[in-house]
Ligand binder design. Structure first.
Ligand SMILES: [Zn+2]
Length: 259
């Protein structure tokens, strides 16, 4: 593992601010990607009165409180999701550095968690997984693996296995039922999971995502699992990926200890 490059007194606040800024950008992604709007321009605007948000009203974590959760111009309520995403960005970045180290591995995990957060929310709200995020995930996952204990071979094999399994299942499902079970978004998402977590994490994440999705369908969906598959499977896969990232080793030793 790489050693720390900078003192913690600098790293912790810097990581929190950077994470909050990424969380703030998440708001742009979550709103614009499913609507096929550009994420680079125009500048952030109020969805209600369309006025451009000034830079001083766009400060992560602070502006939402200063504006008391309302647009400065039209007083329309600003969704607390904005604040939640900014706080989540800061929190996830700190947790990643704390658990995986103040090094490239920690930075990779932080970036990965932020991608998963965006994907989980967008899939939950719109039932789509933007390829922009998953392709970014596959490429950065491969690039980070060169500098982490995961290694480029494990990362590349994980990407192929992750995407390959979903592609095979989806194709098989189509042959049997004549309908598409899982979308191309799920294929790309599992490719990204494999690229970041390696080949051994792929079955664990698929298994965990399937269990969470089924439990959700049985409780919230009131048992309406049969018929057309309308679960945001990507959200459950993303949640399972986080569990495996932080608790995978622990769950594995617990499971092996049972026998
Ligand atoms: Zn407004």
């Amino acid at each position: 593992m790489n050693s720390a490059l900078l003192p913690l007194s600098f790293i912790i606040p810097a990581a929190a601010v950077l994470g909050a800024c990424f969380g703030s950008f998440s708001n742009v992604l979550v709103y614009r990607l499913p609507r096929n709007l550009s994420v680079v321009g125009p500048r952030s605007f109020c969805p209600s009165c369309k006025k451009t948000v000034a830079w001083y009203d766009n400060i992560p974590l602070l502006s939402w409180f200063l504006l008391r959760g309302k647009c400065r111009y039209c007083s329309t309520a600003i969704s607390p999701l904005y604040l939640i995403l900014e706080a989540a960005g800061a929190l996830l970045t700190l947790v990643a550095l704390w658990r995986l180290g103040n090094n490239v591995e920690g930075a990779a995990a932080a970036f990965y968690l932020l991608l998963l957060l965006n994907i989980a929310i967008i899939d939950w709200q719109h039932m789509i997984i933007p390829h922009t995020l998953t392709i970014t995930g596959m490429l950065t996952g491969l690039a980070f693996s060169i500098f982490t204990p995961l290694g480029i071979i494990n990362s590349a094999l994980g990407m192929l296995l992750g995407a390959g399994i979903i592609l095979a299942v989806s194709y098989g499902y189509k042959l049997m039922r004549g309908v598409v079970g899982m979308g191309g978004g799920d294929v790309m998402l599992m490719g990204m999971v494999g690229a970041y977590q390696g080949i051994w994490a792929v079955p664990a994440v698929l298994f965990g995502g399937a269990i969470m999705g089924t439990l959700y369908a049985l409780t919230a969906g009131r048992g309406q699992v049969a018929g057309q598959n309308k679960l945001p499977f990507g959200t459950f896969l993303a949640a399972a990926a986080v569990v495996v990232l932080f608790a995978g080793d622990w769950i594995w030793s617990f499971y092996m200890g049972l026998f």
